[in-house]
Design a protein around this ligand. Structure first.
Ligand code: FAD
Ligand code: NAD
Length: 406
């Protein structure tokens, strides 16, 4: 009898964790496993604010998939998925089609621009190695060319960041460290550069309590970041964002040489386009992380919607959730293949750490509030723990942040 075919699409946190754990859970005779991903490398999305600002080389945030996922156990195919046909047990890719008995969807997120005019065309987003390389190069070009312009425009050196959630704040924090280096490198007076973080809500980082938010604002403002709160981006043009303060009728134009949108994310649109029943664009999975419509389709990471039983609200889309799902799903697939009952997935919130740039962060772990260097150390531990879980001590030593030899 032929072996059941397990197809994993997307090699992000959810897909990689599922693949590496399936290798441990199953014997080679249990199933044929295939992993499909757009690139031949896996990147740690959670580190991308650093290469975007230019404070860490992008190669530090990626690894070849074949080095981490044993090619003798998992067939890797570099290809781009264009559609899922769940009624036919097929996935369509740019280069053909793949049939499956069990499908794991781990295609991650897309930036959500909420239909705001001009954002898709004129703003950069922090999504992948490709998108962050563009941000870094663009900012560097603005600095490098500034002194060569016949009539230099100061707004060329303004970086406007839309959205002060975790992505926006972690990114402006890195910029605050990078800008003085760029100024030195290109003979530019620091006072000519503006980093503006625009947020519609009355506060940055709405999920942190006031004490930590005040600390973050103080630390970042002291490094020259400007926060514009209660202010919504209404439109984006090639050289500006049009904003409106809450309760005001007036619009203001903020000119900027670089515009980065970090105002929200949504599930990969392939899910909705493929005709799955969705809730906020995501597949609301059951306790076994299964689609309610197709019992052989599982979903992990940002394409899945899981209710947090403690808060009775959807779990936020995080790497933490995707990793926990990957571990649980690999076990459940073993149970299914061995005709055993599945185990219900329960999300365990281990806390949140927001980086405020090198050596600084804020964190909430259980009922503990941590700030400064201890929180920054915790962030590195969290980042390295993922590498340890994924590829063991070897990967952590080679690619991790706590490695003193780098
Ligand atoms: P991803 O990790 O995004 O991976 C999706 C994979 O699918 C990618 O490899 C992609 O190339 C591939 N793919 C996409 N489309 C296709 C296609 N059509 N065909 C083939 N392959 C495709 N969460 C935390 O818990 N902690 C943090 O500290 C944290 N920091 C973050 C910092 C930043 C800057 C950002 C942007 C997010 C951060 N997050 C963090 C959120 C976290 O990164 C996401 O929730 C997580 O990456 C989701 O994992 P995933 O497996 O669903 O998808
Ligand atoms: P988000 O949705 O959490 O934050 C987006 C922010 O943009 C919000 O504060 C929102 O009020 C603001 N916004 C939206 N529209 C706006 C507009 N028109 N004008 C001005 N402001 C506007 O998105 P994110 O920060 O990209 O985070 C996405 C997910 O990734 C979340 O689940 C988050 O927890 C996770 N994440 C975690 C970490 C971490 O744990 N350190 C870091 C980054 C991201």
């Amino acid at each position: 009898m032929s072996k059941p075919r397990i197809l994993i699409i997307g090699a992000g946190y959810g897909g990689m964790m599922t693949a590496t754990r399936l290798i441990k859970e199953l014997s080679p005779n249990d199933a044929e496993i295939t992993l499909v991903n757009k690139h031949n490398y896996h990147y740690q999305t959670t580190w991308l604010h650093q290469p975007a600002a230019g404070t860490l080389h992008h190669d530090r945030t990626r690894m070849l998939i074949k080095k981490v996922v044993d090619p003798s156990r998992v067939k890797f195919i570099q290809d781009t998925v264009t559609e899922i046909k769940p009624k036919e047990n097929k996935v369509i890719t740019e280069n053909g089609e793949l049939a499956y008995d069990y499908l794991v969807i781990g295609l991650g997120f897309e930036s959500n621009t909420f239909g705001i005019k001009g954002l898709d065309t004129h703003a950069f987003t922090i999504r992948s190695i490709d998108t962050v390389r563009k941000i870094r190069d663009h900012i560097e070009y603005q600095f490098a060319s500034y002194n060569h312009d016949e009539e230099p425009k100061d707004h060329k050196l303004t970086i406007a960041v839309g959205g002060a959630g975790l992505t926006g704040v972690e990114f402006v924090a890195e910029l605050a460290n990078r800008v003085p280096e760029l100024c030195r490198e290109y003979d530019i007076d620091r006072s000519k550069v503006r980093i503006i973080n625009i947020e519609g809500a009355p506060t940055i980082l709405p999920n942190f309590d006031k004490e930590l938010v005040d600390y973050a604002i103080h630390q970042l403002e002291s490094k020259g970041v400007e926060f514009k709160l209660n202010t919504f981006i209404k439109e984006c043009t090639e050289e500006s964002v049009i904003v409106q303060e809450k309760d005001s009728e007036d619009l203001e134009e903020i000119k900027a040489g670089t515009i980065v949108w970090t105002g929200g994310v949504k599930a990969n649109s392939i899910v909705e386009k493929s005709g799955f029943q969705t809730n906020r664009g995501k597949i609301e999975v059951d306790d076994a992380l299964r689609s309610p419509e197709y019992p052989n389709v599982f979903v992990v990471g940002d394409c899945s919607l899981v209710m947090d039983k403690e808060t009775n609200r959807p779990c936020p889309p995080t790497a933490q959730l995707a990793m926990q799902q990957g571990v649980a799903l690999a076990k459940n697939i073993r149970h299914i293949l061995h005709n055993e009952p599945t185990e219900p997935f329960v999300y365990k919130n281990k806390g949140t750490v927001a980086s405020l740039g090198a050596g600084d962060a804020i964190a909430v772990v259980g009922n503990k509030r941590i700030k400064g260097a201890p929180a920054a150390a915790l962030k590195k531990i969290v980042d390295d723990r993922y590498l340890l879980m994924l590829g063991g001590v070897g990967l952590m030593v080679k690619k991790g942040k706590l490695n003193l030899f780098k």
